[in-house]
Design a protein around this ligand. Structure first.
Ligand code: ADP
Ligand code: MG
Length: 356
């Protein structure tokens, strides 16, 4: 790669691959993360997100391919990578029997923050993570949201230019999730490059760029707007009909329909690229004696985008996987993440045998 390119990019990989025996966990991944951006790495469980992050952090050796992080070669210089970046692993690696202050001090030492700067640095992190007043509390006694912010503070204590966050909001309540995202959005706006994995579709909307990974492969990437506008191009119609079952059947017979998904009382219809939107759907249904209470064009959700990039025969499964994750991990069962689709099971109709 040219030097110019690696200067603009905080992360760049070519054909990055990790095999565990016969299993290909990460399959020839070409990633490019610009400096200063908030990059969302999305995919269902087992897609290869954590394995990718661990390679990028210098913890896990790639089987094949290459990668540079802040211009450092992850194959030849993993130790330098480790000290240059911040990493918050999927199981926030905090020491439960240490206090907030002691955890921060521990990480400040590990990352070799000069002794003279340590106290000031730690005080800044306490402020940033809104942990004031809890410095002497054992981290094991903190609630989920505080633990999560402490883990972030530990990953940031040496002021890295780039941080990797692996599902930082999994298992955290919706209010803490929002606070956390406001915090990392601010960090990115102030210049820190952030690569964050998530399967919450509402969080994805807040990213500058998205990479969709499925079965170890990058199946789509770009800004949310670009993916919606250029790559997706499918009208999405929200429908309120009296007879949901009959409407689903009639719509599934129409070649212009790619997917019909039930969301609560409503139907969400994903049409093929450049098909007519709400008016067309209304006309089609009315012409087949289905009463339409309301039909309106809506923005595609990130979930719609993701599912559209997967093979037709896998669509149903992927949508269910993504929903199950968003619904189940979101909170205590009743608290649904705002903006996300209802956690009720999607009942997609078989997609027409339409060539894409
Ligand atoms: N250390 C390992 N040994 C063997 N298989 C692994 C190991 N780590 C991950 N895997 C497998 O690699 C695939 C990708 O896992 P992972 O990167 O953890 O996915 P994600 O973080 O997207 O859920 C999965 O099939 C997982 O079981
Ligand atoms: Mg993972």
């Amino acid at each position: 790669m040219s030097t110019g390119e690696s200067e603009d990019l905080a992360v760049v990989t070519r054909g990055l691959t990790k095999r565990f025996g016969k299993l290909v966990a990460v399959d020839h991944l070409d990633l490019a993360v610009r400096r200063g951006e908030l990059y969302g790495f999305l995919g269902p469980n087992g897609a290869g997100k954590s394995t990718t992050l661990r390679m990028l952090c210098g913890i896990l050796e790639p089987t094949e391919g290459e990668g540079h992080v802040l211009g450092i070669d992850i194959r030849t210089d993993p130790e330098r990578v480790k000290s240059a970046i911040g990493y918050m692993s999927q199981r926030f690696s905090l020491y439960d029997d240490l206090t907030v202050d002691e955890n921060l001090t521990f990480y400040a030492r590990v990352y070799m923050v000069p002794r003279a700067e340590r106290a000031a640095r730690i005080a800044r992190m306490v402020r940033l993570a809104d942990l004031g007043g809890r410095e002497r509390q054992l981290s094991g006694q903190l609630s989920g949201g505080y633990r999560q912010r402490l883990a972030l503070a530990c990953a940031l204590v040496h002021a890295p230019a780039l941080i990797f966050l692996d599902e930082p909001t999994a298992g955290v309540d919706p209010v803490s999730r929002r606070t956390f995202w406001a915090l990392i959005r601010r960090l990115a706006d102030e210049g820190t490059t952030i690569l964050v994995t998530t399967h919450y579709m509402d969080e994805a909307e807040l990213c500058d760029s998205l990479g969709f990974i499925y079965q170890g492969r990058l199946i789509a990437h770009g800004s949310p707007e670009r993916i919606k506008g250029e790559t997706f191009r499918r009208p999405v119609v929200e429908l309120d009909v009296h007879d949901v079952r009959a409407a689903t059947e009639v719509l599934s017979d129409w070649a212009a329909v790619e997917e019909v998904v039930r969301v609560g009382r409503l139907l969400r219809v994903i049409l093929v690229p450049d098909a007519p939107g709400a008016d067309g759907v209304r006309a089609w249904l009315t012409g087949r004696s289905i009463t339409v209470r309301a039909a309106r064009d809506v923005e595609p959700s990130v979930e719609d985008l993701f599912v559209s990039f997967v093979d037709t025969e896998r669509k149903d499964r992927v949508r269910e996987q993504l929903r199950a994750l968003s619904g189940a991990v979101g909170g205590t069962g009743t608290g649904e993440p705002e903006g996300a689709s209802a956690p009720s099971v999607a009942k997609p109709a078989p997609a027409p045998p339409q060539a894409k």
